[in-house]
Structures are given as structure tokens and as C-alpha cells.
Design a protein around this ligand. Structure first.
Ligand code: NAD
Length: 416
């Protein structure tokens, strides 16, 4: 994986690019370049062997001009302040592109959850929540799952917060299990949004999705859902992969069978009747749609000139480096950037929060219909900006997002 510039340096460069393009007032730019609040906590917990260990936890609240802070919590050994600051800024832009009434935030704990027991993870999550009790809240800052945190983690946060309040507060987090206030359709929401973007991009370019060749890197929550939904739309899924490598079949994979196999075998490579393929080879396949849905920095300046897809829909966060995006753009590849493409997840999180606040439970059809509307509108808005300024979809998404946040700041003014 290419080690690019620091993620937060990339954020500042994106803001500068937009400021220059839109000739923004330097005072407003100065205001949106700085996270509003950074909280760092030392979280002591008792490990299973009786030792006390102290973990570093972060919550970065980047911007709240458009609504309460919103963003996931990541548990990973590489979590550091620079990364969390960048992710918090990207959440701000993502919520603005999707036009949902949230600001942006991100949290994380530097830890290796693969080496921790469930009990240790529960104690870590509850203690971290207790230490952030005054920072989070349904109208203040609403966390969600991210890398190596899940619906169970959200339940621990909800329960800890609720215990302190003395009543159940489901709207303090999103990404909960359906039985405890989670939304129908949340699990597939990110994949559904990506599939909608692929469909809209194909429509824009005059490509027929029926029989279109699709390659998907990553077969987790996001990759599996995208592959399934594009298969149902009539696409030919020619390759999919997970961390161990991928499988390829020129005539298209039998996707339901692949999903069943992955569920049983835990990996893809032993699926019969197709060729093995590496993750690098998958990215370079000739196809209509490529969806990198695994990790960041997969398409870099080293391989961008070998990408042969007509459309790249960025399912993961940051799967292409800025330099790689530029190369693909110059080569006529239509790239749908991450802050638009994977915005379906936070959109359905917003639906979950809305349902919780009103003590409602929407059907899956209703959730999917509302998501469809939001995704198509966001895609059209970004495309309009791209045409108006004659820029790529990626630059257009940043222009749209940052100008929405800037508008909110200008209208709010500065007090005192
Ligand atoms: P996940 O953990 O469920 O799945 C990740 C997948 O990537 C797995 O199939 C794993 O085997 C595969 N993988 C890991 N290392 C790989 C490698 N070196 N090469 C190829 N594949 C590899 O995660 P997810 O929730 O599907 O998230 C994937 C990406 O989408 C992440 O960048 C995440 O931040 C982003 N994202 C997720 C959501 C969401 O709702 N889950 C929302 C927005 C963005």
C-alpha cells in the first residue's frame, strides 16, 4: 500500500483547491480548516489477566454548522490523531454532499481488537463512552460503527449513555441492531448507494448496465452488497475478491452461489469453476464498472494508468490517491468519489436517528425509497457542479460539500 501524504494534509489541500476555484473569503476558509474540538482520553481498563492497561481514545468534532456532529468510531492499531482529524473532515463533506443535517466527527481508540476478548472490548467501549459522556448526545454528537466496531459496540455505547441518563436513549448512536432501534436496510445501505451511483454513472455515459462487466474488490459488508445488487440489476459480475485474493470468470459469476460459499468457507478462493486472481489483477481487468470496496490507497500513481474500467465507483473510503484520480480522469475514466459513492451508509444512519427521535419504525421499502431519492439527488447535484466548473466528479463533490458548509458558516456569522 502506497504511503501517501498525511491524511489531514490531503484535507487541507482539498479545501485550498475549492477556495481557489470559488474565490472563497479567506476568513471563512480559515474557519473551516480547523477541527472545532479535539478530545483525547486515556482509557484505563482491567485486562482479563488482571493487569490494568491504558488505551488512547480520540473524538474529533470537526464542524457543526449544518447539524450535530456525526461519525464512526474506529478500533485499530494505526489509529492516530491525524487520521481521525481527516476522517472527521471527510464526514463533514460527506454529510454536506448527501445534504443531511449533520456536521462531521470521528472517533477512535488505538488498540488491536483482534487480540482482545469480548469482555475487554466491552469494558474499553463502556469506559471510553463514560469519559466522553459530556461530548456525545442525540443533538450533539452521534457516533456510529467504523472499522472493527459493529452493532454490538453501538449497543454498549447506547446502554452506558442511557445508564447515566436514567432512561433509554437509542438516538445517541446509529448502526444498532434492528431489535434495539436499528433501521431496516442499514446493512445494505452503503452497497445500495454505490450500486445506485454505478447505475446513474452508466446512464450518464450511455452504457447499458444489462450485461455490463463488473469487478468488485473486497467482499465484506460493502463489497458483498454492491456485487449482489448490481447482479440483480443485470450486470455480469466477472470478479470479486477478499483479503486472500479473488476469483474471476469472464462469463460472469453465479453470485448467490459465491455468497453462500463465502459464508460457509469464510473465503472466496476455493470457489470452483473460475480462475484465481490477485487483488492487483482484479483492479486492472477490462470492465465497465470497477468498485474498490476494501481498503484505502489501492489505486495509486503506480497502477492508475493500467486501470481499464470505464467507471470507477469508490466504495471504500480513500481507495484512490488524489494523484491516481487525476490520472484516471485524464484517461477518460469516470470516477465517482467516495464522499458521494458511499454516502448511503450515513444517509440511512440519519434515517435511523430520525426514526428513533420519533419512536417510529419504517419498513425496508420506505427506507430504500428514501435512500434512492437522496442518492440520485446527490449524484445529480455533483454532476451539475462538475459540468458548471468543468472539473472531475471528485473535485465537484468537494466543491459542493465545502460550499454548503461555507454557506452555513457565513449565514451563522461569528459570535461573539
Ligand atoms: P469489512 O471489514 O466488512 O470488509 C472489508 C473487506 O475487504 C473484506 O472482504 C476483506 O477480506 C477485504 N480486504 C481486506 N484486506 C484486503 C486487501 N488487502 N485486498 C482486498 N480485499 C481486502 O468492511 P466494510 O464495512 O465492507 O468496509 C469496506 C470499506 O468501505 C472501508 O473503507 C470502509 O471505511 C468503507 N465504508 C464502509 C461503510 C459501511 O457502511 N460499512 C460506509 C462507508 C464506507
Amino acid at each position: 500500500m502506497e504511503k501517501g501524504p498525511s491524511p489531514f494534509e490531503a484535507v487541507l489541500k482539498q479545501i485550498d483547491m475549492v477556495a481557489e476555484k470559488l474565490k472563497l473569503d479567506p476568513s471563512t476558509v480559515e474557519k473551516i480548516k480547523h477541527p472545532r474540538k479535539i478530545v483525547i482520553v486515556s482509557v484505563p481498563i482491567k485486562m482479563d489477566d488482571g493487569r490494568i492497561k491504558v488505551f488512547t481514545g480520540y473524538r474529533v468534532q470537526f464542524d457543526m454548522a449544518r447539524g450535530p456532529y456525526k461519525g464512526g468510531i474506529r478500533y485499530h492499531p494505526n489509529v492516530d490523531l491525524d487520521e481521525i482529524k481527516a476522517l472527521a473532515a471527510w464526514m463533514t463533506w460527506k454529510c454536506a454532499v448527501m445534504d443531511i443535517p449533520y456536521g462531521g466527527a470521528k472517533g477512535g481508540i488505538t488498540c488491536n481488537p483482534k487480540e482482545m476478548s469480548k469482555g475487554e472490548l466491552e469494558r474499553l467501549t463502556r469506559k471510553y463512552t463514560a469519559m466522553l459522556l459530556d461530548e456525545i448526545g442525540p443533538y450533539k454528537d452521534v457516533p456510529a460503527p467504523d472499522v472493527y466496531t459493529d452493532a454490538q459496540t453501538m449497543v454498549w455505547i447506547m446502554d452506558t449513555y442511557s445508564q447515566f441518563k436514567g432512561y433509554l436513549v437509542p438516538e445517541v448512536v446509529t448502526g444498532k441492531p434492528v431489535e434495539l432501534g436499528g433501521s431496516e436496510g442499514r446493512e445494505e445501505a452503503t452497497g445500495r448507494g454505490i450500486a445506485i451511483c454505478a447505475r446513474e454513472a452508466a446512464k450518464h455515459l450511455g452504457i447499458d448496465l444489462k450485461g455490463a462487466r463488473v469487478a468488485v474488490q473486497g467482499f465484506g459488508n460493502v463489497g458483498k452488497a454492491v456485487a449482489k445488487l448490481l447482479y440483480e440489476m443485470g450486470c455480469k459480475i466477472i470478479a470479486v475478491s477478499d483479503s486472500r485474493g479473488g476469483i474471476y470468470r469472464a462469463d460472469g459469476l453465479n453470485l448467490p452461489a459465491v455468497i453462500e460459499h463465502k459464508l460457509k468457507a469464510g473465503q472466496l478462493s476455493s470457489f470452483e469453476g473460475c480462475e484465481g486472481i490477485t487483488n492487483e489483477e482484479l483492479l486492472e481487468l477490462e470492465c465497465e464498472v470497477l468498485v474498490p470496496a476494501a481498503l484505502e490507497n489501492q489505486i495509486t500513481e503506480a497502477n492508475a494508468d493500467r486501470i481499464r474500467a470505464k467507471i470507477v465507483v469508490e466504495g471504500a473510503n480513500g481507495p484512490s490517491t488524489p494523484g491516481a484520480r487525476q490520472i484516471m480522469q485524464e484517461r477518460g475514466i469516470f470516477v465517482v468519489p467516495d464522499i458521494l459513492a458511499n454516502g448511503g451508509g450515513v444517509t440511512v444512519s440519519y434515517f435511523e436517528w430520525t426514526q428513533n427521535l420519533h419512536r417510529e419504525h419504517w419498513t425496508e421499502e420506505e427506507v430504500n425509497r428514501k435512500l434512492e431519492e437522496k442518492m440520485v439527488r446527490a449524484f445529480d447535484n455533483v454532476l451539475e457542479v462538475a459540468k458548471k466548473h468543468n472539473v472531475s466528479m471528485a473535485d465537484a463533490a468537494y466543491i459542493l460539500a465545502i460550499s454548503r458548509v461555507k454557506d452555513a458558516h457565513e449565514k451563522l456569522g461569528l459570535w461573539p
